[in-house]
Design a protein around this ligand. Structure first.
Ligand SMILES: NC(=O)c1ccc[n+]([C@@H]2O[C@H](COP(=O)([O-])OP(=O)(O)OC[C@H]3O[C@@H](n4cnc5c(N)ncnc54)[C@H](OP(=O)(O)O)[C@@H]3O)[C@@H](O)[C@H]2O)c1
Length: 247
């Protein structure tokens, strides 16, 4: 199915994990895809090759999105290169987990700047482009932790809850211009982010998930691509892809 042919997509943090699968599935549907990464170029190069195998155009842009000027430059670079931006997937994210007793100002700021500041900066930069096109699909990756909270993740939960509130507000402001803004809220998903968690805690996590297993990045990506390709009348929503861990 090539229903995204002619569309240009950006996937932040698209070099590995959930973002990689989002980028690959968008490419399989025919979109040209720009992926972004912060530091691990070999992952980006590998994903780039896989995207190109779908016969679409692909670029990888190194940018630290915790810095707003770099996030804005990334959007400008794609627009200058390909002349439009139809789909923006804000997926880049980090954790720095500590209980409130141990959390430092740097832990707070790094996570808020990366996870939430980047979403504001890319959305604000892409806005005029999408307004001019009278078309845009923005999908922000939040987390069930932004809905439910989670021990040791005050910074991460605040960033992800902020994404949900931001998504609804931007959706309201741009709805009449044929720009939709939605959030996907994954549950525990098998990527390197989850691999950082010690094995004994992973077992406890699985016990919390009604479906009895972690999510796969492909499963999150399918929901993102649905919104990008078929979600024309869906805006301001948070769609949970979480195995039932939060209902
Ligand atoms: N995995 C889960 O269980 C889970 C659950 C709920 C929500 N999520 C959310 O899903 C998204 C993807 O998670 P994941 O598990 O796939 O993560 P991941 O495997 O750790 O990959 C993170 C990606 O983000 C990039 N990145 C990190 N900081 C960045 C920065 N400052 N600027 C630009 N790129 C940056 C990384 O680039 P480099 O490789 O170059 O560092 C990498 O491409 C995140 O927003 C996360 O919060 C994940």
């Amino acid at each position: 199915m090539q229903d995204l042919k002619g569309k240009v997509a950006i996937v932040t943090g698209g070099s590995r994990g959930i973002g990689r699968h989002i980028a690959l599935q968008l490419a399989q549907r025919g979109a040209d895809v720009a992926i972004n990464y912060r530091s691990r170029q070999s992952d980006a190069d590998e994903t780039l090759k896989e995207i190109e195998a779908s016969g679409v155009r692909a670029i990888a842009i190194k940018a630290d999105l915790s810095k707003m000027p770099e996030a804005r430059s990334m959007i400008k670079e794609v627009h200058e290169k390909w002349g439009r931006i139809d789909i923006l997937v804000n997926n880049a994210g980090i954790t720095k987990d500590k209980s409130m007793k141990k959390l430092t100002d740097d832990d707070w700021n790094d996570v808020l700047d990366t996870n939430l500041g980047s979403v504001y900066a890319t959305c604000s930069e892409v806005l005029n482009i999408m307004l001019e096109q009278k078309f845009g699909r923005i999908i922000n990756i939040t987390s069930f932790v932004g809905q439910a909270g989670n021990f040791g993740q005050a910074n991460y939960a605040a960033s992800k809850g902020g994404i949900i509130a931001f998504t609804k507000t931007m959706a309201l402001e741009v709805a009449k211009h044929n720009i939709t803004v939605n959030a996907i809220a994954p549950g525990f998903t098998e990527t390197e982010m989850l691999a950082q968690v010690p094995e004994n805690i992973r077992e406890k996590i699985i016990a919390r998930v009604p479906m009895g297993r972690f999510g796969q990045p492909e499963e999150i990506a399918r929901a993102v691509v649905f919104l990008a390709a078929e979600g024309d009348y869906i805006t301001g929503q948070q769609i949970n892809v979480n195995g039932g861990v939060y209902m």
